[in-house]
Design a binder for this molecule. Structure first.
Ligand SMILES: [Zn+2]
Length: 306
């Protein structure tokens, strides 16, 4: 019986339920608590495989991109089931893949924000009122559907020390000068629990590759600045060919201070932002099956390294 439900938006509690049940059902899957948010929601990992190659897959750096969390949860369950049954995943022997690679997943980087957008934080509650208050500075952004940040109003994917000052300059010029629903870079890089925890985890794991899932646009971003990462374009093209997504250049105004930017800069290894699906965030859950079908090959190619 399926553990992951793909017929409804996901919350922090639902993510924890799924992680708990996957770990209970498949003893070779592990979980760790990376940190807790200011509002005490857990940021957890899901780790599968024990191979020497290490990769980190993250999702939902942005609250209204919660559909990306379901991609990683679904992948974790499918991969674990394939390992347990001696089966295949996207045409590869799952057991062999699990001996080649260790996949460290962080399926929900922004649990506070996701709970706001998907309704787990109820109107009238203190946390809802706090967010509403920050949103009032940005009346043009729909509330809570336009919310990307954490509940302190910081955009977690503008927190990484890779051109953070440029990101700050660009976003301030666009009017994002204080905490709000999106695009506020924070008072300093990595001053939020969630981004600091993911950066620390990444340094500790020292992976060969990272994927960061966002929505939307059906594009794969693979560059940061003018840095050349050997093999990154070729691998990105392979993921693009298998998914039908486009390997693209990051738009200039969102080209700084992201997780993959920092990874490329500090590790000199392939890091990708995957912009899944098409439409206005939050994407409807009805798009999930198509999104998962498109992204399964990306996950497997990234895990295997080719
Ligand atoms: Zn995003």
């Amino acid at each position: 019986m399926a553990i992951v439900r793909t017929d409804m938006p996901v919350s922090s509690a639902e993510t924890q339920r799924v992680i708990g049940e996957i770990v209970a059902k498949y003893p070779f899957v592990r979980t760790e608590l990376l940190t807790r948010t200011v509002f005490q929601r857990p940021v957890s990992t899901l780790v599968i495989g024990n191979g020497p190659r290490k990769v980190i897959f993250s999702a939902s750096h942005h609250a209204n991109e919660w559909i990306t969390t379901l991609i990683l949860l679904q992948f974790a369950e499918e991969f674990a089931e394939a390992i347990a049954s001696g089966g295949q995943i996207y045409g590869r022997n799952a057991g062999e893949l699990a001996r080649e690679v260790t996949i460290y997943m962080v399926p929900l980087v922004d649990p506070d924000g996701v709970d706001l957008v998907t309704g787990a934080i109820l109107p009238g509650s203190i946390q809802y009122a706090l967010a509403e208050d920050l949103a009032q500075n940005y009346p043009a952004i729909p509330f809570p559907d336009g919310w990307k940040a954490n509940l302190l109003g910081v955009d977690l994917n503008l927190q990484y020390p890779a051109g953070w000052e440029q990101a700050r300059e660009i976003k301030f010029a666009q009017g994002f000068v204080q905490p709000g629903p999106r695009d506020f870079v924070g008072r300093a890089p990595l001053n939020q629990a969630e981004s600091r925890a993911l950066a620390g985890y990444t340094r500790f794991i020292d992976p060969a590759l990272v994927l960061a899932f966002h929505s939307q646009g059906k594009e794969i971003y693979w560059q940061f600045g003018g840095l050349f990462v050997p093999g990154a374009e070729e691998l990105g093209q392979k993921m693009a060919d298998a998914s039908g997504y486009t390997l693209a250049n990051t738009p200039y105004e969102s080209g700084f201070a992201g997780y993959k930017d920092w990874f490329i800069q500090d590790f000199g290894k392939p890091g990708y932002t995957i912009e899944v699906g098409q439409g206005v965030n939050p994407l409807p859950i009805s798009q999930f099956d198509e999104i998962y079908r498109d992204n399964l090959p990306i996950l497997v190619i990234a895990a295997a390294g080719g």
